[in-house]
Design a protein around this ligand. Structure first.
Ligand SMILES: [Zn+2]
Length: 587
């Protein structure tokens, strides 16, 4: 807040890089790049668009000032108050501005994020707006350019914000299939759920000079590892060195570079604009071997009947107690279930790129005499096991192993069953060097188009993007005392409440329990646990899980893959769309 904003401060501004006092107009003429040290100041979305697109070519897509507070989130301030303040402070309806325009004469659809608006966080409205922009690109057969600036998913919208990673990713998958170019331009900062989805699963990734990008933020990694971070960690040059971006571009060259790339992607020998019907794209055939051509059948009904037939509604338990049960060391792990629920498990190892992550296990197994591919996070019961398995926190190699097994399953026509139990993806230096964000992003995108049934079960902790990387599925089940959340209660409390002891409050505010997620439609069915919880009677838990898996999987086996994929996409599309229509007051 600028309580005192005398003329002086509007005329001059201080460079965050070298502390030079700069004449505001001169700075703006220089695209907000410090003439003394080259520091790229952050840009709001409107200014960014002015710099990038051809003058007079911008046609804004309609805003979506969603006024709904989907989970009635309250920390020290109610969420609607924060939204109102962000709107007043930026003059924007949301944290993204979308439109179509030309860049160097080449048409493109653009979505530009604005970090000033609640840290550029990805909520339902932002996800919906970017998805619509991608759909517009598909309709007009033009490339999509995304300019990212975000701290990650918007925790005030709980798991619904997490779902936006899938919603936008599947829109990007649609453009891939149609042979249309997608480009993301990383600007400072791009983190969390945005980094682990549409910022990195585009065809091309450009980093603006001075941008930092990563899945886990530096503060979190320092806290977890207790070590200082390497010089230049997560900077644009770091990303280039580790093969995660195509190029690092100075702001003054950005428009020229984009223009050259868009030119290369323009349809040959005809103007870019008019829609051209296309055939089955090669990329899809290659990726989804055996998927067959897109089938256009009438929309069919949900394949597995009632949304909730998981037995009696469980007695209400405090969210924080549920978090503790979900983390109980006696709780059955993926390998326990592979022993008790499935038969003949044959484990498959390795990502074929240089690693085998012990936090993810997978392989072929039988479920009531049907072959399936099972992939799950693996924790452990003892400290030694937990350490050996990195507490179930997957590295990029783990996500890539999962990706390999998913694709193999599709080729072999095997359904995929995932068992999700992770505090989150590995927050470490090596994980970031090896492209954690892009690895998660690719899994999410691939699951949105995988032409085989996918059934996910949240068995313990469903921790943010690391969980979603295994949970974009036709049916999502959840054990009664499991939790599924966009951020850990401790992480949320550290950001939104001044003190640590607020984790129990954060757990309640995040709506991370099975009944609440069922109500929000994030989860389709609850698998009841024996009294008092799964760890007290693993045998009975396995029995119930097996029954739930069969009840949900068998109907999916009869659905043609193309219809399955379309219904899966509709499932994830509705998290944005459901909210878009509603403009009712929040409270
Ligand atoms: Zn400077």
């Amino acid at each position: 807040m600028t309580a005192t904003a005398p003329r002086e401060e509007q005329l001059w501004s201080r460079c965050a890089g070298c502390a030079s006092l700069l004449y505001r107009k001169r700075l703006r003429r220089n695209l907000d790049v410090c003439p003394e040290c080259g520091q790229h100041a952050r840009l709001g979305a409107p200014e960014r668009l002015r710099q990038l697109v051809d003058p007079g070519s911008l046609c804004l897509l309609p805003d979506l000032a969603s006024e709904v507070d989907p989970i009635d989130f309250v920390d020290v301030l109610p969420y609607p108050h924060r939204l109102t303040a962000a709107r007043a402070g930026t003059g924007l309806a949301e944290a993204v501005v979308c439109g179509t325009a030309t860049i160097g004469g080449h048409p493109a659809a653009l979505a530009v994020m604005d970090f000033r608006f609640l840290g550029g966080s990805l909520g339902c409205a932002v996800g919906e707006l970017i998805t619509r922009t991608a759909e517009r690109a598909l309709e007009d057969r033009i490339p999509l350019v995304l300019v990212t600036a975000s701290g990650g998913a918007r925790m005030q919208e709980g798991a619904l914000s997490l779902m936006q990673m899938a919603t936008v990713s599947q829109a990007i998958a649609g453009l891939r299939e149609a042979g249309l170019l997608t480009v993301s331009v990383l600007t400072d900062p791009t983190y969390g759920g945005v980094a682990a989805s549409f910022a990195t699963n585009t065809d091309l990734v450009l980093a603006e000079s001075g941008a930092r990008m990563g899945f886990a933020g530096p503060r979190v990694i320092r806290q977890v590892t207790g070590r200082a971070l390497p010089e230049g960690f997560q900077t644009a040059d770091f990303l280039l060195r580790h093969g995660q971006v195509d190029m690092v571009v100075q702001r003054r060259s950005l428009r020229g570079r984009l223009s050259a790339l868009l030119a290369a992607a323009a349809p040959r020998g005809r103007p870019a604009r008019p829609p051209v019907p296309r055939q089955e794209p090669a990329s899809r055939r290659e990726r989804l071997a055996g998927g067959g051509p897109a089938v256009d059948a009438a929309p069919s009904r949900s394949t597995a009947g009632d949304p909730v037939h998981g037995g009696p509604q469980p007695a209400l338990r405090d969210a924080w107690d549920t978090v503790r049960i979900a983390r109980h060391p006696g709780r059955p792990t993926t390998l326990d279930y592979l022993e008790s629920v499935f038969d003949g498990f044959v484990e498959l190892h390795g990502d074929r790129l240089g690693g085998d992550c012990p936090a993810v296990v997978g392989g072929v197994a039988r479920l009531a005499d049907r072959h399936v591919m099972v992939i799950g996070h693996q924790k452990g019961h003892t400290t030694a096991e937990l350490v050996a398995r990195n507490f179930g926190m997957a590295s990029p190699a783990g996500h890539r192993k999962a990706l390999r097994l998913m694709r193999l399953a599709a080729r072999l026509g095997l359904p995929v069953v995932t068992l999700v139990d992770t505090p989150g993806a590995d927050p470490g230096v090596t994980a970031e060097e090896h492209g954690q964000a892009a690895a998660i992003a690719e899994n999410i995108l691939t699951l949105t188009v995988l032409p085989t049934p996918v059934l996910a079960v949240i068995t313990g902790e469903g921790g943010s993007g690391g969980a979603l990387a295994l949970a974009v599925a036709d049916r999502v089940l959840m054990l009664q005392h499991a939790v599924y959340s966009v951020i850990s209660p401790e992480g949320c409390a550290a950001i939104l409440w001044p003190d640590r002891p607020a984790a129990p409050q954060a757990a309640r505010a995040l709506r991370l329990t099975a009944p609440e997620l069922c109500r929000l439609g994030v989860v389709d069915e609850i698998v009841p646990e024996p009294a008092t919880a799964a760890h007290d009677d693993p045998g009975e838990t396995a029995h119930r899980l097996r029954a739930a898996l069969l009840a949900n999987l068998l109907p999916l086996l009869d659905v043609p893959p193309a219809i399955l994929v379309r219904q899966r996409r509709q499932r994830f599309r509705r998290f944005g769309a459901a909210r878009a229509g509603t403009r009712a007051g929040a409270r």
